[in-house]
Design a binder for this molecule. Sequence first.
Ligand code: 6PG
Length: 484
Amino acid sequence: MSHAPTAKAEIGVTGLAVMGSNLARNLARNGFVTAVHNRSYSKTKTLIDEHGTEGTFLPSASPEEFVASLAVPRKILIMVEAGGPTDAVIDELAALMEPGDIIIDGGNAKFEDTRRRQAALHQAGIHFVGCGISGGEEGALNGPSIMPGGSAESYDSMGPILEKISAHVDGAPCCAHIGTDGAGHFVKMVHNGIEYADMQLIAEAYDLLRRGAGLTPAEIGEIFADWNTGDLDSFLVEITAEVLGHVDAETGQPFVDIVLDAAGMKGTGTWTVQTALDLGTPVSSIAEAVFARGLSSSSVQRAAAAGTLPGPTSPWSAKDEDAFVEDVRVALYASKIVAYAQGLDEITVGAAQYGWSIDLGAVARIWRGGCIIRAKFLNRITEAYAADTTIPASLLLAPYFTDAITAAQDSWRGVVAGAAQSGIPTPGFAAALSYYDGLRSERLPAALIQAQRDFFGAHTYRRVDKEGAFHTLWSGDHSETRTA
Ligand code: 6PG
């Protein structure tokens, strides 16, 4: 009697910390024979001991055994620390793999690193896929939002697997091929930048309700829960409501009051802003969110300034509490729309720079579920791009968003002005509003900046009434010469 050969794995996961382990379980639970490997075998053993019955796992103790356990073309998902450790694992595995095989990096890698790795592995005929994965531990296990880059050929092969394990909204997977080489990690980076902005805006809304209306964290938690039933329906608003309702068991204090007010970061928001600076695309809402974390962590300066630097003498006196709460809600929504518009602009500019063809409607669609910024209003973004794939200038010009901002603007301005007058910091709200006003201005004072640049550096300027570059002889007779 002949025995069937041992089934080879359809996909492998190496790096079995929580994210890698949960993704491996998600794959196995979805019926994929999943090879698993970790540098130290103990993590592999723990996974098999604790969850081995959830599906078919093929554990390996060595990279050689791991690679040999995979069906061709081999598909390996790397879930290790970004940077050097990722390079080391890629080098080790690539030496054991063959042309046509696929290495997927599911970590939060820099898209430039992904481009470099993709180019290097392309020489060996190996497909390298930088793949953004969002949703934290829970998403990894039950369905994340997945943003794979890399070649279309590699997506044909591993896309169906990733789609199956991703979150689904209205029956559609939250996974789509984003574009070649680093496109997936670029889009994940921007996702994280928007995540920073969204969190900052929510935090500002909380602060306004607390300091402006004197509401307690628990009361504000209820307001957020209510907001979560409307336009603001989102994962981040939902968890905010829960956090604000939580009471510290040890002290009986609202939990939010016993947490140190210095926000940390692993840095993906910073990358979003650095990249935007390189690309010259304004993502002020995201930048302010990053800077706000920086200010929160400037403990020495803050300690020196608190109680020393003066603020306004009169606090906010919100006369009509319900109206104030509604104004803050509307201001939050408008600011959030701007943050998403800026992030999508960065993707558009990045795509043009790096030669990617990125479908922004698809990006919004796969962000509807699984990821940290999942939100009901992403449906509106998907609809906007479905109605007009060109939306050439800005999401803000799509009719739904123009209407939403138009309806919001009195509240938005009132909240930002009131916050400034009462000394409550709202860097996110204010940056979003300033961006909006800058965008819609027919003339900006940039004309004066051009004149100044020409004055001190002969940098030239263009005129509104004729083509060419011009310079005025500022240190001479103020006559104008055409330079190009
Ligand atoms: C996700 C998250 C995830 C993470 C980041 C951001 O999409 O699942 O964005 O990638 O939470 O590490 O965290 P920092 O705030 O530490 O940068």
